[in-house]
Design a protein around this ligand. Structure first.
Ligand code: SAM
Length: 288
């Protein structure tokens, strides 16, 4: 693919554009003036759920020329159709989701991918996104982080996904539905043990709350006090690099082997203690 450079402002691109537009995640005053102006100027507004967006638009004074629903399951089909119209008639369109930033656990990514394929310029009018607020207020490493959105709903699958993240040194961020929060915190505690965690509740709303503690402590939260929307932020694994270097692991393994403990049991104990990968520990023990 040849290099493609687009400057929406410098080239004064007013038509034939696709915008992703953020909307509030709770507090309506978080809508930007640019978002309102742009929404009022678009030929077509795509909304994840037109019923929800219509309520918002009424309150912020947005009167879309044309409003079309774009639920996740029909994003691909709609993107193909709408983007052809954009090209044919030089239209400018925008997508809003029910709350926050489109494309973040919400429709948006497919529309952007297809627009790029069709050489249609894309831009964004940014605003709130729940995971950014959780990250910047976590007190954990904000330079390196990974956002995973929603975890699988089945316990076994969820714990398998989490196990693969145990050695990650960057901050880990997740979304969770209210009725699954406690179960997810329990899975996280099983995998990450006593790792530090921040649970953000109802960001930018009246019951906004930050619950900090170790996962060992947070599993005991009273479920009846956990109502609303949540972001979960977990501190990265500092122990993997600091507390247990190769030399320490070899020392531990030697002590255990000298006491007659088998290689496999020794490996199991060290994996449990360090949260490091089984194969990695096995290789170290086998070198002895
Ligand atoms: N696009 C949105 C964004 O940019 O944050 C996320 C949409 S996703 C379908 C909805 C999830 O985001 C919720 O289940 C919750 O985990 C998180 N979320 C959204 N608003 C929130 C809020 N006000 N407080 C805490 N979490 C929120």
């Amino acid at each position: 693919m040849p290099i493609n450079r687009i400057k929406p402002f410098k080239d004064n691109l007013k038509k034939g554009l696709v915008y992703l537009i953020s909307t509030p995640i709770g507090n309506i005053d978080d809508i930007s003036k640019r978002a309102i102006d742009t929404l009022n100027s678009l030929d077509i507004v795509l909304a994840e759920d037109t019923r929800n967006s219509s309520i918002l638009f009424k309150r912020i004074g947005v009167n879309p020329k044309k409003l079309i629903s774009c639920f996740s399951y029909k994003e691909e089909e709609l993107a193909n159709k709408i983007l052809n119209e954009v090209k044919l008639n030089n239209l400018t369109i925008g997508l809003v989701s029910d709350a926050g930033t489109p494309g973040i656990s919400d429709p948006g990514a497919i529309l952007v991918k297809k627009a790029i394929e069709l050489n249609i310029p894309v831009s964004a009018i940014l605003g709130p996104s729940a995971f950014i607020q959780g990250l910047i207020l976590s007190g954990f490493n904000t330079a390196n982080f990974s956002f995973y959105g929603f975890l699988p709903t089945k316990e076994q699958e969820r714990e398998r996904v989490l196990s693969n993240l145990v050695n990650k040194e960057e901050t880990l961020i997740f979304y969770e539905a209210p009725h699954r929060l406690i179960k997810t915190i329990q899975s996280m505690q099983k995998v990450f043990k006593d790792r530090r965690c921040l649970i953000c509740r109802e960001l930018s709303k009246i019951y906004e709350e930050y619950i900090r503690g170790s996962l060992d402590e947070l599993v005991n939260l009273d479920p009846s006090s956990l109502i609303g929307e949540f972001v979960i932020v977990i501190e990265g694994n500092n122990s993997a690099s600091n507390q247990y270097d190769d030399e320490k692991i070899i020392q531990m393994a030697k002590l255990m082997l000298d006491e007659g403990i088998s290689k496999s049991t020794c490996c199991k104990i060290i994996v449990n203690l360090t949260n490091l990968k089984k194969n990695y520990i096995y290789d170290l023990i086998n070198k002895l």
